[in-house]
Ligand binder design. Structure first.
Ligand SMILES: Cc1cc2nc3c(=O)[nH]c(=O)nc-3n(C[C@H](O)[C@H](O)[C@H](O)COP(=O)(O)OP(=O)(O)OC[C@H]3O[C@@H](n4cnc5c(N)ncnc54)[C@H](O)[C@@H]3O)c2cc1C
Length: 403
């Protein structure tokens, strides 16, 4: 069987590795030129995602580039601690989570796929898909065509494949926050922040997050509540002007946020945050969706990449174990849908909690302290980060799908 995988982000190369592991040939088609992974935003890979990477024999990629993150500490605008939570149920060796650039992990997964002999093609934007009962053909932007037995849509939250699989699917939803991210190099402020922790501030005008790196830098982000920023508005200010605006928004809050941002440089700015709550169909004929193309949780969930890695393993095991491709795709949907939709819903609640309501600062702080004491706790979120996908079949395997 030959699978065409559209997208060379996280889900695409991970799915190609998983398919390769169960004996299915994969070709990865990525729209953009090859990247060295040194740009863009930072993210934290939760233990459930690290475990899935481990099953793909690729956890070393995250360990090589990531630094350990164990806890989130939440602080109010007045500097008062509202709560503290583990970043997840640790793996057997005690690792909790790793923070790294998203683009680095994507580039490393692509490199790993190539090393294992998987064909990865950059500058190969898929512009059309034709599917029938036992095959697919894609058309690339340069007019060339490629055929396969299965198409995996791993083309992210704005997926074009999703439009073919489920033409009625609603587009991604703006969650009411714009995102800015940056880094402050070699700063003494790094030593003032506890190591291996995200420091989060529920500020009066914006939500701020910062994490010291082992090299003495601070990586940080700011979520600003408000309407989506248009492309014209985005380019109307330089990155330095956007940064000055963030400093203004953070200035009223106690803590180092404004100073860290003032001394840093923006790497991501005016990025409207979206989620994708429910796509009724994840598969049709010989096409299937994985990762953000199927279910994008808001970044506040800290789970998008982890879920994409879980998808990769589960889809490959379903194709390995089911009698037919159709049965495999149905089994994949039933194995994944409940979990991911619940996480997307939790991510949406988490995004809303970053938007200051009409309650004053003090009331908000009291409410948040209660939330972190009784509602959002290590125990209540263990089902998210303590989940472990498996290679072993749940039942005895039938013959390989499509064979
Ligand atoms: C600011 C921010 C912070 C985040 N923080 C976290 C976090 O802390 N933890 C976490 O687990 N997740 C986090 N996420 C979510 C995570 O980044 C995504 O869930 C993850 O990248 C999804 O992987 P994907 O491969 O499905 O999609 P993507 O990473 O978006 O990759 C899709 C790929 O498909 C390619 N593509 C698109 N269309 C085509 C086409 N027509 N033809 C060929 N190629 C195409 C794109 O160029 C891209 O490379 C965050 C997201 C954001 C925006």
């Amino acid at each position: 069987m030959r699978a065409l995988v559209v997208g060379g982000g996280i889900a695409g190369p991970a799915t190609a590795l998983a398919l390769h592991q169960v004996g299915i040939e994969a070709v990865v088609l990525e729209a953009w030129p090859r990247s060295d992974g040194t740009v863009g935003s930072w993210f934290t890979l939760a233990p459930n995602g690290l475990h899935a990477l481990d099953l793909l024999g690729a956890r070393h990629l995250a360990t090589r580039s990531g630094f350990p993150s164990d806890r989130n500490v939440m602080v109010g605008a007045s500097g008062r601690v509202l709560g503290s939570m583990s970043l997840g149920v640790p793996l057997d060796d005690g690792t909790v989570a790793l923070t790294m650039r998203r683009s680095w992990l994507a580039a490393a997964l692509v490199g790993e796929a190539e090393q294992r002999g998987i064909d990865v093609r950059h500058e190969s934007r898929v512009v059309a898909v034709t599917s029938w009962s036992d095959g697919v053909t894609v058309t690339l932007q340069d007019g060339s065509r490629l055929s396969g037995d299965l198409l995996v849509g791993a083309d992210g939250v704005r997926s074009m494949v999703r439009g073919v699989v489920d033409p009625g699917a609603a587009p991604a939803r703006y969650v009411g926050l714009t995102n800015f991210g940056g880094i402050t190099d070699r700063t003494p402020m790094a030593a003032a922040l506890p190591a291996r922790q995200w420091h989060f501030v529920f500020g009066s005008r914006a939500f701020f997050g910062a994490h010291p790196t082992p090299d003495g830098d601070v990586v940080w982000f700011v979520n600003v509540p408000g309407p989506a920023i248009t492309s014209a508005e985005r380019v109307a200010r330089t990155p330095e002007q956007w940064r000055d605006w963030l400093v203004e928004l953070l200035a009223a809050d106690t803590g180092p946020g404004a100073d860290i941002v003032r001394a840093g440089r923006l790497e991501l700015w005016a990025d409207n945050t979206h989620d994708l709550p429910r796509v009724a169909r994840w598969s049709r004929e010989r096409m299937v969706l994985v990762g953000d193309a199927a279910h994008a949780p808001s970044p506040s969930s800290g789970q998008g990449a982890a879920l994409a890695l879980e998808d990769a393993v589960v889809l490959a095991t379903c194709l390995r174990d089911a009698g037919t491709v159709q049965e495999a795709l149905t089994a994949y949907d039933s194995a994944r849908r409940g979990r991911v939709e619940r996480i997307v819903a939790a991510g949406a609640r988490s995004s809303s909690s970053k938007i200051p309501g009409r309650a004053g600062r003090a009331i908000r702080d009291v409410l948040m302290r209660l939330v972190f004491r009784f509602v959002v706790t290590d125990r209540s979120s263990a089902w998210v980060t303590g989940h472990r996908v498996r290679w072993e079949p749940d039942q005895q395997p039938a013959r390989r799908a499509g064979s």
